[in-house]
Design a protein. Sequence first.
Lengths: 192, 199
Amino acid sequence: MAHTLPELPYAKDALEPHISAETLEYHYGKHHQTYVTNLNNLIAGTEFADASLEDIIMKAKAGLFNNAAQVWNHTFYWNCLSPNGGGEPSGAVAEAINSTFGSFADFKEKFSTSCVTNFGSGWTWLVKNSDGSIAIVNTSNAASPLTAGQTPLLTCDVWEHAYYIDYRNARPKYVEAFWNLVNWDFVAKNLA
Amino acid sequence: MTHKLPQLPYAQNALEPYISRETLDYHHGKHHAAYINKLNDAIKGTEYENKSLQEIITSATGPVLNNAAQAWNHAFYWQCLSPAGGKLKGDLMEAITRKFHSLERFEREFSTTANGHFGSGWTWLVLDKVGKLAIVSMHDADSPFRHGQIPLLTCDVWEHAYYIDYRNSRQSYVNAFWQIVNWEFVTEQFKQASHRQAA
C-alpha cells in the first residue's frame, strides 16, 4: 500500500501571520513529503508493504519507524491547526483541562514550558491515558504517544524546521503564536 | 567559574557563500550564547560551579550536561571551519587513507552519515578507544568524551546550522561544509590525540 501525502486542510497562506506560507511550503511540501517518500521506499518488499501507518508505528524500528511516525505526526499536527482556531476550548475538553491543570491558563503555561524545554527535535503532546486521564508529554525526534498506549489529543511540533523560517531561534515566540491556531474542535473529537 | 562565549575565530561573513553571516549571527550569537547563559544559570551553587566544561560533560546529566556539551561542541565546530579551508596532508592524510582508502571516500562516508542522521545532532571524526579513526553520529548534545573518544572534526547537523542558508537541504549544507573544513586544526587535534594515547 503506497502512502500518500494528505492534503493540507487549508491553504498554505491560511495560517499567516502566525505560520508563513513559506514555512508550510517547506514543512508540508518538503519535510512531510520526504517522510512519505522515504516510507514508501522502505516498506517496498517488506512485511510492512501492506500495513497501515499505525501498524508500522506500533511494530517497526529505526528508519521505518521514524518515517512512519513522522508521516503520522505531521498529518496530526496540520489537523491540530486552523485559521479559525485559537481561543479556549469548551465542553469536555475544557472540563478535562480544568480538572487536571486547574485552569486553561495553567495548562497553557505548562504545555508551553514543555514545548520550550523539549531539548533537540521533537513534539509536545496533550494525550489521553488508557485510564482516561489527560497529560502533557514530550517526545524526541519521531517518537509517538501511540507506542505508549496513549491517545494523542493535541500536538506542537518543536523541530527547528517548524519555526526557523518565521521565528529563527525564538521557539517561545512560535509557541505563543501556536495558541492562536489551535483547532479545539479537532481536539474535542480526539477526546471523545 | 563563569563560562564565556568564545569569540568566533573569523568574521561573521568570513564563511560566505558556504555559511552566511546571518547564520553565524544566530548560530554563534544566539544559539551558542544561549547554551553558555543557561549553563551558567544551571551550575550556580552546584558541584559543577568550578568545573571545566570537559569535566562537566563527563560527569553531569540533564540540562547541565546538555548546555555544557553544546557549549563545547559549538566552540569546537567553529574551530573546525575556516575561510581559508586548506588541504589535508601529513600524518592525518596517511591515517585517513589507510582507514578509508582515500580522502574522497572518507568525505563520502562522513557525508552519508551526516545526511542520514535523524533529528538534531553532530557527526564526528574521532579517535576511538583503541586509537582508530571512526566516523560517528551523536544525538542532540551528546559528546565523544562520554564515549571514551577524542573528537577530531565535527559537522553540526542541527537544523539551525543550515536552515537559513539551505532550508531542508541538509545535503547541500554538508557539501558546502567540505569547502571550509579547517584541516590544519583537525590535523593538530589528531597530533595531540595520538600523543595522548601513546603516553
